[in-house]
Design a protein around this ligand. Structure first.
Ligand code: HEM
Length: 138
């Protein structure tokens, strides 16, 4: 009898990076994320914070997430050190902007072939840097 494959423990070693489909899967997630951001009315304001051409934003977020999920540190390799709150200091991010960002991620996650448990885990984890990017008291 074959045993059911145990669910990976996300957050341990590179389990999350693997669950996200490694770099190719993360790049698809990020492409879908920015596509959602470009189309969802709730995200209009945060889309407008970005340049018209999203190529670099896509590359940066995908590389960042690879390392953040326990995979290779591809962001630092190309762009140097990063701290998420500092990277957003020049933007005005309040609760509405934070929640719009997370909503785009939630919608993009729905389109991924990930286990439901990983989608839920990832969204919960992303709340932390999203809240850390917020720099406006309501
Ligand atoms: C909370 C809502 C957020 C908003 C509104 C937001 C918005 C933006 C914008 C507009 C940029 C481009 C800045 C520029 O080109 O001047 C940016 C850069 C970036 N964001 Fe966010 N972001 C948010 C949350 C996050 C989160 C949660 C992460 C990571 C999980 C993240 C990762 C990055 C990275 C890696 C960059 C590139 C930074 C660099 O250029 O060095 N962002 N963000």
């Amino acid at each position: 009898m074959t045993k059911a494959k145990p669910e990976p423990i996300y957050g341990v070693d590179d389990a999350s990076y693997q669950a996200a489909g490694q770099e190719p899967g993360i790049r698809v997630l990020v492409d879908d994320f920015y596509h959602v951001m470009s189309t969802l009315p709730e995200a209009r304001k945060i889309r407008e914070m970005h340049p018209e051409d999203l190529e670099e934003a896509r590359d940066k977020l995908a590389r960042f997430l690879c390392g953040w999920l326990g995979g290779p540190k591809l962001f630092q390799g190309k762009y140097g050190p990063i701290r998420i709150p500092k990277a957003h200091r020049h933007l005005e991010i309040g609760l509405a902007e934070r929640d719009a960002w997370l909503l785009c991620m939630e919608e993009a996650l729905k389109q991924q072939p990930y286990a439901d448990s990983f989608k839920k885990y990832l969204l919960e984890q992303l709340y932390v840097p999203a809240e850390g990017s917020r720099n406006k008291e309501e």
